[in-house]
Design a protein around this ligand. Sequence first.
Ligand code: ADP
Ligand code: MG
Length: 395
Amino acid sequence: MDQAIPLTALVERATSAFQKRFGRPARYVVAAPGRVNLIGEHIDYNDGLVLPMAIDRYTVLAGDLAEGESACVYSRLMDEQHIIPLASGDVTGLPVWTRYLRGVFDAYREEGIYPKAFDAVVDSTVPLGGGLSSSAALEVATATLIETITGQSVTPVRKALLCQQAEHRSAGVPCGIMDQFSSVLCQAGHLMLLDCRSQETTMVPMTDPSIEVLIINSNVKHELTGGEYAKRRAQCEAAAQALRVPTLREASLAMLEEKKSELDALLYRRARHVITEINRTTATAAAIEAGRWADVGELMAASHASLRDDYEVSCPELDILVAAASELGIEQGLLGSRMTGGGFGGCTVSLVKTEATTKVAKEICKRYRRQTGVTAIAFATPPAQGATVLVSNRS
Ligand code: ADP
Ligand code: MG
């Protein structure tokens, strides 16, 4: 099992790096978590319901005001320091990772909120590019630092939306709202049932100590040249149009079956995933609240099959991890498992009996390695707290 350093040690590492680089203590320290989605995949951009939680892995920013008109930011993971203009300065030549910060600066500046200049160190225990939303964690940490430094803030929902905008504009990823909402709004000990249409959240307690969330990173990421994410979005829009509804959230299975003959076969399957997945998400939230774990397991298995067969965003490695988990089954402490995140690699999420976590994780990773030759990384996490300000010494 992979043990990341705890948040307190991460903060310590970031603040001492700040002291060393900038020759003074960090006056502000903020943290924003990564997230895992338990169910409701490829649903946020269809206005449906999703059920993520924050994970016990964070991106930390330690900083202080500075002279000038730019942010000087060092990323420990990249081992790079760059000067990022805070206003509309020239950004050519700056590496991709700085765009996430720059996107947040831009979005906040348009709200009239901007620090004049600051220095910062960014450090993180969220794996980069693993589908656990290190990008949202970086954006939300940046937003939290801006709000802390300036003493001005927007509502949590607005904050998440500004960070989503930053990802759209700076990284060019047309993501939905789930990742940034999770990193801002999740609460420790809870899953968050997020209605992506109304943007309302309902906290679902998950505090049964005998059940744990296990994340397994397949450590593969298939780089697809076809822009699969954007393609899925476009297919969903086309399906909604054919069904004459604004989004697939407004469609029902009965409606889909009725129009089946008019619908392109591929669009039919894409729509079927979305409609059934939204139903599974509300059913999962209810089953978790009632402690009906066998039902939760079945819903997770159905979600994976739907993503694999109807939505076609899984890959052999994710299928192997999920198959290994389902072979173990409830008898061995594995309650349910599915791919999580955008797909084509990244992670699976499983619910396991706490007493069996280590054994189950080891066995799945062993089978995975035997079949793929790749080493997966497993870790358990409680539902963690959304973005927080850890240190604020404004003068
Ligand atoms: P995911 O969000 O699933 O981790 P993405 O591809 O969306 O994957 O985002 C990963 C990118 O975010 C990284 O390649 C990097 O550009 C940026 N990033 C995230 N965390 C950090 C960090 N601590 N330091 C520098 N860049 C980061
Ligand atoms: Mg991301």
